[in-house]
Write a protein that binds this ligand. Structure first.
Ligand code: C2O
Ligand code: CU
Length: 460
């Protein structure tokens, strides 16, 4: 009796489930990369030709609850092959979007399904990973927000995506993407910064409102320094990962290397009739990025926020006695590469320059045949980062977060990208808890294009 009934239910359930499952497969969102014209420059100026996801600058915000899946079909309507990289996510290696390492680049007219779980909450982003300087400089990036089951108590949650554009009259993107002067110096630096695709964001707030600001540096190469006025609060997360304790916001906290993110929780301390501001700091002066006209508010000032719940990624324990794989950065203007391996041959500086290679990691320009290190799943690895060049570099590891080993032996916050200043040594440590081949590169993408990339293998 019971058996029959169960089989009957199974049959009915199967019938009911079949269309539902098909429906689920159909919930793949479309992320169409195409050629568009948008109003990027302020109004009397003409529209700008861009490459954009879904015709939008930045690309649409993908918001997904922690532990769920992102399912997006990339449709390539560009005149070049492309891929999508999901920056900062502890992703399945096959979904990482790195051409020739984890997938072939998707040809024009073709599509590619991305389907992966997001184990950690926080502020992430997605961007092209093919001909990245050109494709990102033309507009191909967007925010990826993984929400906590219990989000912090705030009045607004705002994503602020910063892009750096090199414009020429009349409001068109300059197409010197392989400019060797940029590559051998600080990279492609723009002359026009946008916040969520606009020159300036204007949003009304109330006195004592509590805002969560998710700042993303989506510039190709620019280190962005920010300041706030009329807003006071805390840094609560870096590169998606919560700090163990919210850290009072100081101006020096607000330097974002390319690809870095910071989550702030700030209270509007400016009073009714005043404005609060988000500013790009340039020496003693600054450019207005965000203007928040303040209305009267009823809420009294609140206590410091609770820390955000730690992510599963932060449960791993690094073994400080682990082996090291040093990463030595050489080259660039003023230090010049004397020689380096490139595609298996030892070339002198002039021959490297002819190949558009200006930087080397451990004596090799471009992606080496062999990984920087090969480790087993669960192993800890230390990465001493030695910058022998005259420029800062933003070193990013795919598929993992690391911590800095500080001078006193303690460990810094979790990050996926670290800014290493010229003639400086830093060291990071991480647990290789995600199997696959993972890129390790400078996220000043002009530097990556001209030599600064290597990879690690994590064996399952
Ligand atoms: Cu933002 Cu290789 O990545
Ligand atoms: Cu660099």
């Amino acid at each position: 009796m019971r058996l029959r009934r169960r089989s009957f239910i199974a049959g009915a359930a199967a019938a009911a489930l079949a269309p539902a499952q098909r429906g689920q497969a159909a919930t793949f969102g479309t992320l169409r990369a195409g050629v568009h014209r948008v109003q990027l420059a302020p109004d009397p100026l003409p529209m700008t030709d861009v490459w954009a996801y879904e015709g939008r600058i930045p690309g649409p915000e993908i918001r997904v609850p922690q532990g769920k899946r992102v399912t997006q079909t990339l449709v390539n309507a560009l005149p070049q092959p492309t891929t999508v990289h999901w920056h900062g996510i502890r992703i399945d290696n096959v979904m990482d979007g790195v051409p020739d390492l984890t997938q072939p680049a998707v040809a024009p007219g073709q599509s590619w399904d991305y389907d992966f779980a997001v184990p950690d909450a926080g502020t992430y982003w997605y961007h092209t990973h093919n001909r990245t300087v050109e494709q990102m400089a033309r507009g191909l990036s967007g925010p990826l927000i993984v929400t906590e089951a219990q989000p912090p108590d705030v009045d607004r949650d705002m994503t602020l995506h910063l892009s750096d554009w090199r414009m020429v009259d009349p409001a068109q993107i300059r197409t010197d993407f392989d400019n060797r002067m940029d590559q051998s110096h600080a990279g492609r630096l723009g002359n026009y910064l946008t916040i969520n695709g606009q020159q300036e964001l204007i949003t009304e707030v109330k006195h004592n409102d509590r805002l969560r600001l998710r700042l993303i540096n989506a510039a190709t190469d620019k280190v962005i320094t920010l300041a706030v006025q009329g807003l006071e609060g805390w840094v609560v997360a870096l590169d998606g990962m919560p700090l163990a304790a919210p850290k009072p916001l100081e101006p020096s906290d607000l330097t974002l290397a390319p690809a870095q993110r910071v989550d702030l929780i700030v209270d509007v301390t400016a009073t009714q009739g005043q404005d609060a501001y988000l500013i790009e700091k340039l020496g003693e002066s600054g450019y207005l990025l965000g203007q928040f006209p303040v209305r009267a508010g009823a809420t009294p000032r609140r206590d410091a926020p609770e820390p955000l719940p730690p992510n599963p990624a932060q449960a791993t324990l690094a073994d400080l006695d682990a082996p090291s794989a040093p990463l030595i950065m050489d080259g660039g203007a003023m230090r010049g590469l004397r020689r380096a391996f490139y595609k298996g041959d030892l070339l002198d500086g002039r021959a490297l320059a002819q190949q558009g290679q200006f930087w080397a990691l451990n004596g090799t320009a471009g992606l080496p045949e062999a990984p920087l290190a090969e480790v087993s799943l669960g192993d800890t690895l230390r990465l001493p980062l030695q910058n022998n060049t005259a420029f800062p570099h933003a070193i990013h590891l795919h598929g993992h977060h690391f911590r800095e080993v500080l001078a006193d032996g303690s460990l810094g916050p979790w990050r996926d990208t670290i800014l290493v200043q010229p003639a400086t040594a830093r060291e990071v440590i991480f647990v290789a808890d995600n199997p696959g081949d993972w890129l390790l590169h400078c996220h000043m993408v002009s530097h990556h294009a001209s030599g600064m990339g290597t990879w690690l293998r994590v064996n399952a």
